[in-house]
Ligand binder design. Sequence first.
Ligand code: MSP
Length: 480
Amino acid sequence: MVKKNFYITTPIYYVNAKPHIGHAYTTIAADVLARFHKVQGEDVFFLTGTDEHGLNIQKKAEEAKKEPQIFADENTAEFKKYWEKLGIKYDNFIRTTDEKHKAAVQKALQALYDKGAIYKGEYEGYYCVACEQFKNERDLVDGRCPDHDIVVEKVKEECYLLKMSGDVQKKLIEKIKNDEFRIAPEKYKNEALSFLESQDLRDVSISRKNVSWGVELPFDKEHTTYVWADAFLNYLTGLGWHGDPKDIPSKWPADVHLIGKDILRVHATIWPIMLMHLGIEFPKLLFVHGYLLSGGRKMSKTIGNVVSIDEMLEKFGVDGTRYLLMSAGTFGEDVDMTMERMVEKYNADLANGLGNLLSRIIKMSEKLNHELKDYIGEKYEERTSTKEFYKINLEDINLCGTLVQIWEVLVRDDDKFIEENKPWELAKSDKDKFEKVMEKLILDLNLISELVIPFMPETSEKIKKALETKKAGILFPRIK
Ligand code: MSP
């Protein structure tokens, strides 16, 4: 049987600094989904990488007194290091400074130019260097970018522009409306539509004259490619695409582009319109998540209110960190995180929750001479419905909801079940019932180990091992 393809991407991250927990949030979510689809037997391709060109990185490299390439190499190495620490298993890591990527970008831009989708002109506007985007004047707050709280620059320069309005805009609106190009959750679809329907899109500058750190335009060496036009194409070059619109990799279109809400607008305008001009299919789904907030504001390097990945890894371990991020709040909404709350949650759900449940069951089974058999089969109603709920919800990218459900119907309910049934008394008074009670608990642990594979791969292995060896170490040490 031919396996179903599942191609998922993260945004490619700017290399102006090392990764922070906001980047980890998207990347872990993509990893969870990739692992889930693998377990479902699909042919999964998970792409992540780094976005290395542009003015911001050029400036940051200058400040660090380093060549931009060296600077980019160093920070890319940091991203790779952290993804390894966090158990991220990507299939390819694309860098926009890869020679193959750059050559493909040039080929694609040449195709757009030849088609007349790109033309020479002039652009005047306010540029936020941290967004790497021109901003509408009405979106500014006191002349500052509302996302980064920095003063925007007024720019007026000769450039090449990509045609954005007219037919392409109409078609785009149609495709978003009928979900051919799906944007989820619904509120982001509405947000994109209301933006697109409220105005004629302004043609976008796809080149910069005064930014040297970028891919040269093939048809005018005085310009470099605008960093977003360069970056979007990673979703194709990451599959090995060489830039020929007629020769598209078989894994395209992407099933999911996972992005934060900060980059919804560009993903819902420039990217699909580039594809439309190139005659290439749209991605199937743009799934948008909210911000990780700290003290009510977006965590960001530029703002400087970032929780470090190291701090989380040190306190909570890999799986603890993955669990806390994925269960921090509805995926799609903003989530405010404080260290205190995370410690509380870690102790409640992991140390006193899952960890304690496992060691309790294994210890009881040992002490009360219960055979730890391999129980096979679906014996309990709630098990099938839990599995169904799980599948439907993960297919729907309801990451937090899935974890909440597992904890509710398995971890917490089993704790209660133990209290209610008191297996230590049953072992003396009613052997049959004792067997049944233990059987349910062991089957539940089996199921938990299966269901948490995408979220907490190491923990899943540890649970399986504990069931095999009848020895449970401490899964999650309590934090005082
Ligand atoms: N390079 C562009 C993306 C190009 S994709 C073709 C970019 N890079 S970035 O380094 O700024 O990373 C943006 C992404 O990181 C966000 O879209 C989001 O997925 C993630 N996050 C960065 N900060 C975040 C939070 N505070 N909270 C949640 N996600 C965050 O934009």
